[in-house]
Write a new protein. Structure first.
Length: 137
């Protein structure tokens, strides 16, 4: 199950028209009896010279659904400025849907968010970058 998720994620990454180059910084699967843990970190240079970094830790245990235990998805523009960073680090306990949140444009502009997987993120990026391309027409 965890390998199927990774293969789907890699296939989606490879087909994104806005991804100019993809670097695998880390991709480890640890398997112990009935437990598997995926930890990956990918870095993508975007066609507009922006950067997208993805990190996710996923646990598969027995026949249980995958558990997405830790994530951080960081998007910055070509000037190195934060566009958005989605994560579930537990440092904003007063936000609804804690610990899921997104930093919008700066470290201090933080709003509640829904839980997000790497596959969800790619769909979010498709939508965000399509809107950006449409605005340039």
């Amino acid at each position: 199950m965890i390998r199927a998720y990774l293969h789907e994620l890699e296939a989606l990454l490879a087909s994104r028209p806005w991804a100019a180059a993809i670097e695998v910084v880390r991709c480890d699967i640890t398997e112990l009896d009935d437990l598997a843990i995926l930890l990956y970190r990918f870095r993508m240079r975007l066609t507009d010279n922006g950067l997208l970094e993805m990190m996710e830790r996923i646990v598969a245990e027995g026949n249980m659904p995958l558990r997405y235990t830790c994530y951080r998805f960081h998007w910055q523009d070509s000037g190195g400025h934060l566009v958005r960073r989605w994560d579930n680090a537990p440092h904003y306990p007063s936000l609804p849907n804690f610990p899921h949140h997104v930093h919008c444009g700066s470290e201090t502009q933080v709003v509640a968010a829904e839980a997000l997987t790497g596959i969800d993120l790619l769909r979010e990026m498709d939508h965000a970058l399509r809107g950006k391309r449409d605005a340039l027409k």
